[in-house]
Write a protein that binds this ligand. Structure first.
Ligand code: ADP
Length: 704
């Protein structure tokens, strides 16, 4: 498959990334805009607060001036009154007391004479007791009071009110003097001085709401606070945060002048705290929204990865499923088909849509086998499907029939629940046909083999019987001659007849042996003498050997223990090996055509065996022949069947023995070239031993 161009894959990646990035960008924009909006809001609010501060400060300054002006008016009227009237001290005291009592900002009223000496003070100056009027006469300048000369002098010279520099009235309070000149008949007659207290002025003339919002201070040119009003001084108000020095407004306090100024400093407003909390909450919420977006993105990425893996897995499974030659068919618990793979569809020649959802009877069941198929179907649903599979015959859509081998297994879902049955269906038509063919061939081969053996036996029989029959015939002739002659010697005739009977017996034995060999019979397991078996075989193969000029030498010690087995089958083994050896020497020079049959006892006490060796001096066994020697139907002979060695090995192994061969290369030991076939048989134990393995029928039959 050609690889898609790089560009399109990166475009696809970008296309996939954009939807992920968009919400994050939008969220970031929201945060930025929110921040800008809040900043603008705050700046606006600051500006408004600054404006309000200026307005409020101006308002309070005007209010103070208004109050001051009103107080001064009263003092001025008092001064005018004093100027008009002759010095009635009692009246002055009464008027001064009224002024002081009704104007809280005025701390004291003083009457100074033209020389600046205090004539009267209301209320009286501290430390100047005595009768009414006398106490008022105290001169505080002389008793260490403030120097009022400047204000008095200015008032006198200007004829207008004048203000003195601020000074300390008592331990806690500070104030200033307002001097009013007294003229009597146009002549300067003294000064009326009003002592104003900053503390009292602020306390009484600054409203509570102003003090709630601002701290108001009166400061001098050096910045020293002369009087102040704040939240703390408003009764019942709670102590809050300190005023914000960055938000203050200074207004010159003139009059009284002398560098005095009013400083209004705003307290941080509650809305600031609320807004801070709000902003923090908004940012926290935005942060959490961003975090959820991020985790959502991770989640989506994880899902996408899982989907991708699932798609790959699906594609892999689909490819696997399509490449299967085994038909797969899933059924639900009611037996309706829920899934079929392409191989199954090919098998039955139907499309998936013709099959899915179908219950019994299935369209591929044979009409005449509906009952059997139904029974098998019920068995599957009941969980009784045979584990070794079930053979059925099905019919394709075109009417063609085929053999199927079906394995059923429960279909378990992800939760471990059974949801139905999964059947795998194998088309075994070809296999069955091949098996049938092989079976038929085997039968034919066995038949042929038997016929060949029969032919061989017939020739052997003819050859074997020839000698005893000739002997019988000659003995018969001799006896008849004797009987017909005049002088018949009965002794001689009897001896001849005995020999005749022996020959007849021998002929009978030959016939029996051949009969035994070709008769169809079951293996008879019994203790038998291996030497006897070998002798029989030497006798039976004698005619073949003689025909081909082979000398057969048997070397068997007389005291060999018996083995357990079927004599006839063992004869078959030896005879086959001898015949192979004889035939292998067809090209050997005549004098060297020797077949040596040896038997020896070997092995330890507990595991004693008789080792038989059939040694020829024939062509030997080439490596390529050696590999296939024991394969069924392998032969190098024109009329051979290739079953002999295979059957021999089966027989020996079923007698718990072993059969093998060894070959000697001609170049190495020329006089010993040829092949050696060896087999072992366990010696029969003293106690009754386990019989040799049961011969499989086909081996026994093939052997026979
Ligand atoms: P068959 O005798 O019918 O060919 P066997 O199974 O007895 O079947 O032998 C298979 C083959 O093994 C023979 O065709 C022959 O090529 C080879 N073979 C068997 N015995 C000998 C032997 N003694 N020397 C050489 N070749 C042998």
């Amino acid at each position: 498959m050609p690889k898609p161009p790089q560009k399109s894959s990166s475009t696809a990646r970008v296309g996939r990334t954009v939807p992920h990035v968009m919400p994050v960008v939008a969220m970031a924009l929201v945060v930025v805009l929110l921040g800008a909006f809040l900043w603008l809001l705050q700046r606006n609010e600051r500006d408004e607060e600054a404006l309000a501060l200026i307005k409020d400060a101006l308002w309070v300054e005007q209010n103070l001036h208004f109050q001051l002006a009103s107080d001064e008016d009263k003092l001025e009227r008092l001064a005018e009154t004093l100027g008009r009237t002759e010095g009635d001290l009692r009246q002055f005291v009464a008027m001064a007391r009224l002024v002081v009592n009704t104007n809280p900002a005025i701390e004291r009223v003083l009457w100074l004479d033209a020389q600046g000496r205090t004539l009267l003070a209301e209320p009286p100056l501290p430390g100047t007791g005595g009768p009414e009027g006398a106490g008022h006469r105290a001169d505080d300048s002389q008793s260490g009071g403030p120097d009022r000369n400047d204000a008095v002098r200015i008032a006198r010279s200007s004829g207008l009110r004048a203000y003195g520099a601020p000074y300390r009235i008592d331990a806690t309070d500070r104030g200033f003097d307002a001097a009013f000149p007294l003229f009597r008949d146009g002549v300067f007659a003294g000064t009326l001085v009003g002592v104003f207290s900053f503390e009292a002025m602020l306390t009484h003339h600054v409203p509570w709401w102003f003090a709630q919002r601002y701290q108001l201070e009166v400061i001098d040119a050096t910045g020293t606070v002369l009087g102040a009003k704040s939240r703390m001084s408003v009764p019942g108000s709670m102590a809050g945060p300190a005023p914000d020095p960055a938000r203050s407004h200074v207004i010159p306090f003139d009059p009284p002048g002398h560098g005095l100024a009013l400083v209004a400093t705003a307290y941080p407003s509650d809305s600031n705290v609320t807004r801070t909390v709000l902003v923090a909450a908004i940012f926290a919420l935005t942060g959490s929204a961003l975090w959820s977006l991020w985790s959502l993105r991770r989640h989506i990425a994880g899902r996408l990865r899982a989907e991708e893996a699932l798609r790959e897995e699906h594609a892999f499974r689909k490819a696997m499923e399509d490449s299967l030659t085994v038909g797969m068919r899933a059924r639900d618990l009611e037996g309706r088909i829920t899934y079929v793979n392409p191989a199954f569809c090919r098998m039955v020649g139907l499309e998936p849509e013709d099959l899915i959802g179908r219950g019994p009877p299935a369209p591929y069941w044979l009409p005449e086998e509906i009952d059997r198929a139904e029974a098998a179907f019920q068995d599957v649903l009941a969980g009784r499907a045979p584990e070794s599979g079930l053979e059925m015959r099905f019919q394709r859509a075109n009417g063609e029939r085929f053999d199927a081998l079906i394995y059923e297994a429960p279909l378990i879902d992800a939760n471990g629940r059974q949801t139905g049955w999964m059947g795998s269906v194998l088309d075994i038509t070809e296999r069955k046909r091949a098996e049938e063919l092989a079976h038929q061939q085997q039968e034919r081969l066995q038949q042929t083999s038997r016929l060949i053996t029969m032919g061989e036996m017939a020739s052997t029989l003819a050859h074997e019987l020839n000698q005893p029959l000739s002997a019988i015939a000659s003995y018969c002739t001799g006896c008849l001659n004797r009987l017909r002659s005049d002088h018949c010697d009965t002794q001689e005739v009897a001896a001849a007849l005995e020999k005749l009977a022996a020959q007849a017996k021998r002929a009978g034995l030959v016939v029996r042996r051949i009969h035994d060999f070709v008769r169809k019979r079951n293996p008879k397991v019994a203790p038998c003498s291996l030497a006897g078996v070998l002798e029989d075989c030497v006798g039976l193969a004698g005619s073949d050997a003689a025909r081909l000029g082979v000398r057969v030498e048997l070397d068997a010690p007389p005291d060999l223990p018996p083995v357990t087995g079927d004599r006839i089958l063992l004869q078959q083994v030896v005879l086959n090996l001898m015949r192979n050896g004889i035939e292998a020497m067809a090209r050997t020079p005549r004098p060297d055509r020797r077949l040596i049959v040896t038997v020896r006892q070997t092995g330890t006490d507990g595991d004693r065996v008789l080792l038989t060796e059939i040694r020829d001096h024939g062509c030997g066994i080439s490596p390529e022949v050696a590999d296939r020697l024991f394969s069924p139907f392998f032969t190098t002979k024109r009329e051979g069947m290739g079953m002999g060695l295979n059957i021999c090995r089966s027989i020996v192994e079923h007698h718990r023995g072993r059969l093998w061969f060894e070959t000697v290369a001609e170049g190495e030991v020329p006089e010993a070239a040829g092949a050696r076939f060896l087999f072992t048989l366990p010696v029969q134990a003293q106690t009754p031993d386990r019989p040799p393995n049961q011969m499989p029928d086909h081996t026994a039959e093939a052997a026979e």
